[in-house]
Design a protein around this ligand. Structure first.
Ligand code: FAQ
Length: 311
């Protein structure tokens, strides 16, 4: 019967239908999803730190309220994603342990520092922009719970992106100092944003199988190109220059040509040697440990409720 179940799985994927938690699935499919969804969830949670860094120093009440809401949205995204991972038979606490022990990854992008308030705008514009390009196709992921979580997340992400762009437009219409901060932040975040899409296709061990399973819908390089094509005109409207002398429209390809990111830097960041890796993981570990009493209280409450239910 395993053969029959496998056939059914393959037909489901081939016909672009959704695989649900109750369905049989190959072990490799399950593992790949746990890896990707856990990394994605960890990214949302770790991703609260670079922006959270500016909550107490936002320049106005309005900017503070906006930033607070965005960071809270990210916590929510992390929770939807941990819930999606849990439908695959893993436990959220087990995933958190793996994160703080550095046995699971999170996006390279969150290992860079936020030096001025302009970084908040640039994260919204470039980092959320890249996240949208990567995540919209995931709304059609073959695994139902992940695809459904992505629909909701993408709606909020596109709002985040506009928030960042609006902040940058305001700063670019401000003082010389504000314009300088925006340009400096764009220079620092551009290349790391391109790296968010993962290694070039030739060095991406997972892409082929993930595409065959309908988990990924496009390759890393395809999505990176899409992001560049989308972002260059936005940079022009904003009046900032992207830090790549190789950037030029190629009419034959119908796309922008651009230079190769520094993949050595990418691998160093993945190996834990980015500017903020240690700080990010240690902060997460401390928050987890400081929250132990909440988990204990919740477990005690649940146990008491269960006991009452038995009477
Ligand atoms: N950082 O074979 P591939 C956000 C790893 S957006 C770290 O190409 P795959 C929103 C990869 O895991 C950010 N590691 O892998 C937000 C694999 O290692 P492994 C989160 C990376 O999975 C905005 C190895 O390299 N978004 O949070 C990265 O097919 C603002 C080989 O790579 C997602 O996670 C990287 N950049 O493709 C929040 C989207 N790239 O696991 C707060 C879902 C690659 O074998 C503020 N994920 N690696 O040890 C994906 O689409 C895919 O997993 C890719 C990687 C495209 C990231």
């Amino acid at each position: 019967t395993e053969e029959r179940l496998r056939e059914r799985f393959e037909t489901t994927v081939e016909h672009d239908q959704r695989v649900e938690p109750r369905d049989w699935m190959p072990e490799g499919y399950r593992k790949t999803l746990v890896r990707q969804i856990a990394q994605h969830a960890h990214s949302e949670i770790i991703g609260m730190q670079p922006e959270g860094n500016w909550l107490t120093r936002a320049p106005s009440l309005r900017r503070k309220a906006i930033l607070l809401a965005k960071v809270q949205d990210e916590a929510g995204h992390g929770l939807y994603l941990y819930s999606a991972a849990e439908t695959l038979g893993v436990d959220r606490s087990e995933l958190t342990e793996k994160l703080v022990e550095r046995r699971q990854k999170y996006s390279s992008i969150f290992n860079y520092p936020t030096l001025t308030f302009a970084d908040i705008g640039v994260i919204g514009w470039l980092v959320d922009g890249a996240a949208i390009v990567n995540q919209v196709p995931l709304c059609r992921c073959s695994y139902g719970p992940y695809a459904r979580a992505m629909i909701r997340i993408c709606k909020e992400e596109s709002f985040h992106q506009r928030q960042g762009y609006e902040l940058l437009l305001t700063m670019m219409n401000g003082s010389e100092r504000q314009r300088r901060d925006v340009r400096d932040a764009v220079d620092r975040w551009w290349w790391p944003s391109l790296m968010m899409f993962g290694p070039p296709d030739g060095d991406s061990p997972n892409t082929q199988q993930s595409m065959a399973w309908g988990i990924k819908r496009h390759t890393n390089d395809q999505l990176r190109q899409k992001f560049v094509d989308m972002t260059v005109p936005q940079a022009e409207v904003l009046g900032v220059e992207l830090p790549d002398s190789g950037l030029a429209y190629n009419p034959e390809r119908g796309h922008y040509d651009f230079s190769e990111p520094d993949w050595d830097e990418f691998h160093r960041v993945l190996a834990g040697e980015g500017p903020c890796n240690t700080q990010r993981v240690e902060r997460r570990r401390a928050a987890h440990e400081e929250g132990a009493w909440v988990r204990e209280a919740a477990a005690a409450h649940a146990a008491k409720q269960a006991e009452r239910g038995r009477d």
